[in-house]
Design a protein around this ligand. Structure first.
Ligand code: LLP
Length: 422
């Protein structure tokens, strides 16, 4: 077991604690499966990033998609975060959490007219525009609503990042951004329009990246564009490097933030542009665990299976990306080890949390924690198999708040009753 020293999950007298509370007491009170988040860890992650980027006076726009709970958005807003949103829903959440509109960046390849209208009405810092069609729509809507749309073009820098193919975004095979060669023409259109204003240039090369070099390369690419535009008389205020800072899930070396920042500093020494980063996972990933109870332990001629009460509908990352999450018992014991698949109750063989994992030999009724589940955990959950989505609990010291009650089966059917769809 190795909850990392930077998070606030630790064993005390053989019991796993989140900050000052034993996870067993939370399971007792709120049942399982449940997500448990450590407030101290989130704030710690934010401070570490802010400190490493201190000399750059960067705006940290938390990527809401990683964990969009209002309490977490509030927490991060209070310590100075802005927000990266990718939908009207996320924009509404950021605003509900009190975000100043001029700290909100709107990314995404498929913004709808309603979403663009909402961004214009709110007066967000910028739209990160991903196509000529989107730019035309923003211009038309800004004109109709008598607003000015602030624009960054998201460049696809054609930089390779060593990560899972589903979450790599910065190459020509990906749908994201526009090729460098097309950027100048789009900026000209912005410069010519009374309804648009050039704000900056953006990129995002992928997620869960543990090396610093791809970020430096991407910054080099967008700096070239910024310089070309400056030479053509178009001034940019902002350089948005996107998110993607990776975290260890199973013993990987963490991304070296200090080294990353040194490289960014060198490149931006003579620049007056403001740096924006859009971290999601690195702020909340290690701040959450999924608490689950063992239902059954079974074996066949080949394998052991530990069947738990959480399923792929609660935490989809292992099924979707083959992602590794460490799984530990809530009560440490020195029992013999077994090798087992840890699986959920859902009727699919893809419903697993681990394959052939060495675990202490757990028994039905015991509690387990799936670690590093604070990012892309609850937000990716679903009601598949008509399973209510889990509870969410936020721990601060010795205080725990149930920040989202477990759904009830009855609630899941409400909009399907006659008249329920309205
Ligand atoms: N900015 C943009 C434009 C993005 O598309 C993303 C993530 C981020 C920022 C934040 O990236 P982060 O710092 O969290 O790596 N569901 C996947 C991750 C999908 C990431 C999508 N975009 C997972 O569970 O690994």
């Amino acid at each position: 077991m190795s909850p990392s020293s930077q998070d606030f999950f630790h064993y005390r007298d053989g019991m796993l604690f989140c900050e000052g509370l034993p996870l067993s007491s939370l399971a007792e009170k709120h049942s399982t499966p449940a997500y448990v988040y450590s407030q101290g860890t989130i704030l710690n992650n934010f401070e570490r990033l802010r400190d490493s980027l201190a000399s750059l006076s960067a705006l940290i726009c938390y990527s809401v998609k990683a964990n969009s709970h209002l309490r977490i958005l509030n927490l991060l807003r209070e310590v100075g975060a802005g927000f990266d949103v990718v939908s009207g829903g996320e924009l509404a959440r950021a605003l509900r959490a009190g975000a100043a509109p001029d700290t909100v960046v709107f990314s995404g390849v498929g913004k709808t007219q309603d979403e663009i209208d909402a961004g214009l009405a709110a007066g967000i810092l910028m739209f990160n525009v991903e196509s000529a069609g989107e730019l035309a729509l923003i211009e038309g809507r800004a004109c109709a609503l008598q607003k000015v749309g602030r624009i960054s073009i998201r460049i696809n820098p054609d930089v390779e990042a060593d990560t899972h193919p589903y979450i790599s975004t910065g190459q020509m095979i990906h749908k994201f951004g526009v090729p460098k060669e097309e950027a100048t023409e789009l900026y000209r259109r912005v410069a010519c329009s009374p309804h648009l204003k050039i704000q900056g240039v953006a990129c995002h090369i992928g997620s869960q990246i543990l090396d610093v070099e791809p970020f430096w390369k991407a910054l080099d690419e967008i700096l070239v564009i910024a310089r070309q535009l400056a030479a053509a008389g178009m001034t940019l205020n902002v350089l948005d490097l996107g998110g993607g800072f990776g975290i260890p899930y199973g013993g990987e070396s963490p991304l070296d933030l200090e080294r990353l920042a040194r490289g960014l500093n060198e490149r931006l020494r003579n620049s007056s542009m403001k740096l924006i980063v859009e971290p999601g996972r690195s702020l909340v990933g290690n701040a959450g665990v999924l608490l689950t109870r063992v239902l059954y332990v079974k074996r066949n001629h080949r394998k052991n299976f530990v069947v738990v009460d959480a399923g792929m509908n609660d935490l989809m990352r292992p099924s979707l990306y083959g992602a590794y999450h460490e799984i530990v018992p809530i009560q440490e014991h020195s029992a013999e080890k077994i090798q087992a698949d840890v699986v959920g109750p859902i009727c699919e063989s893809g419903d697993f949390f681990a394959h052939d994992r060495n675990l202490s030999s757990v028994k039905p009724g015991e509690l387990l924690a799936v670690l590093t589940a604070g990012a892309y955990g609850f937000v990716l959950s679903s009601n598949y198999n008509t399973r209510p989505r889990p509870a969410e609990i936020l721990v601060n010291g010795t205080h725990a708040d149930l920040i989202r009650a477990r759904e009830k089966v009855e609630e899941l059917m409400v909009t399907e009753e006659p008249g329920g769809g309205r």
